[in-house]
Write a protein that binds this ligand. Structure first.
Ligand code: FES
Length: 572
């Protein structure tokens, strides 16, 4: 075996090697730093302020045991953590910051391999972006969903039921007191959201990319098997270092296409689009929005899970799990991409039993036929916008209606319930100023609330269009990620209330009935310049100056492409 990467720090008789070794002995066995034992960092997003990842310190102990057992040396490496429900103005503002900080620490430290502990929405994407950039052996431990909580005998889906119950309260069908009382039951225990929201989706993505032990994704945080699989992952990373099995060997163009197919089959979050594009960008893989439309086309949604369906992640696990679900469409997957074990994903998609066909629906009678993420284009979104048909109202997927435009989230919140707002169920709600640059950070506000007066009339869905994202737990006919965004001068900046909007998902069209000449004339008088005041310092400035548009993953332009693991200079 070639000298380990960490040997560059630890092996030799010079003063620098002495310093590196001396400070790291600290109770380690005498031969821990002799240059033959893989040094493994456990990149740990545990934080008391990231409630979905609070348990990851316990998980890290299981991983450590596996690493020691296999002959490696484990290190806990706390990395930037993002609690989706806690940080303001939006966790997405810092996904790239987290990924950049992780990347730098992965490269700077004397490590040979990485175990990536994630859970809450942005944590697995940031970890994968960083690992892809440094490209040393790495494997994901998905922290797992929480068990189902119950309120008055009914199962609650985290996130999804918050949106549903809050709309019911606004519509008056439940009292505000009942809504408030459900709060104590929403979060049952450790783990991330129990719906097929972004966290669950990104665990499935990590598995379909080949970056977890196959069969790991979807294992509940409270299940004993999470500990066993974490221990096994610790053993595996040592083997991966010996085999020099790197992210770039595992995450190929075909494995990204496999991930897109898997997201379609589980009815996964629209957020997976910007994350997959960003991870691929770090590897120099040419993944485009059109790949999502093409690879996801014809894939049935077989997971009857909220927000598209009825059940929760715990039910999916009970019914056979992610591999059982994916095994039903085995022949759709590209057979070549390997997983962290060195064996192809498709090898794991045989002999997988389904134990409950109400949760993992049969391929012949799925929850929904042909429901990948659709990419729409037209004079409202020249570089694309996306919609998740499985979460939408089928009748609204072909729709023409007048725009009701909001210049910002604040504008929308101030006017949406105004009884005087000129809006009907046929109107198209348009929200701008919420893209990567405009907000900044592209928040999850695309599933804007419906006007109260329409809710009271029984309306439960409308076409909504924005340059924002949407929570993976949300639902509705919500068209997102319009590119270019309004703040980047996209046509979305120039749509006016009353313009007729055409949504034609079957033909992939999103357009406004405004001529090229009229649109050109409108560009001379930008409507909401003041809304996009540029930040003057810190991360926000760096972000706004360099963030790319949603159609290419909203990473920073200078982080695209891998930088590898080489460090050219010593520290002393
Ligand atoms: Fe963390 Fe939903 S808030 S996964």
């Amino acid at each position: 075996m070639e000298q380990l990467r960490s040997g560059d720090w630890y092996v030799g008789g010079d003063r620098n090697a002495y310093i590196h070794r001396a400070w790291m002995r600290r109770g380690n066995p005498a031969d821990a730093l002799d240059g033959t034992k893989p040094q493994i960092a456990i990149a740990n997003t545990a934080s008391d302020l990231t409630p979905c990842n609070m348990h990851l310190n316990e998980v890290a102990e299981h991983v450590k045991n596996g690493i020691w057992e296999a002959g490696g040396v484990p290190y806990n490496l706390p990395v930037v953590s993002l609690g989706e429900t806690q940080v303001r103005p939006t966790a997405m503002l810092w996904r790239n910051m987290a990924a950049m900080a992780m990347e730098e620490m992965f490269r700077a430290n004397p490590i040979d391999g990485l175990v990536l502990l994630g859970g809450c929405d942005k944590t697995i994407p940031a970890l994968l972006m960083a690992a892809a950039s440094v490209d040393i052996p790495a494997v994901v431990v998905p922290g797992g969903p929480m068990l189902t909580g119950y309120f008055r005998g009914e199962a609650l889906g985290c996130g999804t039921d918050v949106w549903r119950l809050s709309e019911e309260a606004r519509a008056g069908s439940i009292t505000n007191g009942q809504f408030q009382a459900s709060e104590q039951s929403m979060i049952r225990g450790k783990g991330h959201c129990n719906t097929m929201g972004t966290a669950s989706t990104m665990a499935v993505v990590a598995e379909a990319l080949g970056m977890t032990i196959p069969g790991f994704a979807g294992t509940p945080a409270a299940d004993a098997r999470l500990g066993s699989l974490s221990h096994q992952t610790g053993r595996l990373i040592v083997e991966m270092v010996a085999a020099d099995r790197k992210p770039s060997d595992i995450m190929t163009k075909e494995s990204f296409l496999n991930a897109i197919i898997a997201v379609a089959a589980v009815g996964g979050s629209t957020n997976s689009v910007v994350h997959l594009l960003a991870i691929a960008g770090r590897l120099g893989i040419d993944l485009t929005l059109d790949d999502f439309d093409a690879a996801g086309a014809g894939v049935p949604v077989m997971a009857n899970l909220q927000p598209s369906g009825e059940f929760l992640m715990d039910d999916l696990f009970r019914a056979g799990g992610v591999l059982a679900l994916l095994s039903q469409i085995r022949e759709l997957f590209h057979p070549e991409p390997i997983t962290v074990t060195g064996r192809p994903l498709v090898e794991y998609l045989v002999d997988q039993a389904v134990f409950d066909e109400t949760v993992i629906m049969p391929r012949e009678s799925p929850l929904m036929e042909d429901a990948g993420i659709a990419v729409l284009r037209g004079n409202l979104a020249p570089r694309g916008a996306i919609v998740k048909p499985s979460a939408a109202t089928p009748a609204l997927l072909q729709h023409v209606g007048p725009a009701v435009v909001f210049d910002s989230v604040e504008d929308m919140r101030a006017r949406i319930d105004d009884p005087g707002l000129d809006v009907t169920a046929d109107s198209v709600l348009v929200l701008r100023g919420c893209g990567p640059r405009g907000y900044p950070g592209m928040p999850e506000v695309g599933n804007m609330p419906l006007p109260r007066k329409l809710l009271e009339q029984g309306v439960r869905d409308m076409v909504r269009i924005s340059d924002a994202r949407m929570s993976g737990t949300a639902y509705g006919t919500v068209i997102l990620h319009v590119a270019p965004e309004a703040a980047a001068g996209g046509p979305l900046a120039f749509v006016r209330t009353g313009d007729m909007i055409t949504v034609d998902v079957e033909n992939r069209i999103l357009s406004m009935d405004v001529s090229d000449e009229e649109l050109q004339a409108r560009t001379q008088t930008p409507a909401s310049e003041a809304a996009y005041a540029a930040p003057v310092r810190g991360w926000e400035k760096l972000y706004v100056d360099h963030v790319m548009q949603a159609d290419t993953g909203a990473d920073l332009d200078f982080l695209v492409g891998s930088s590898g693991s080489k460090v050219s200079r010593e520290s002393h």
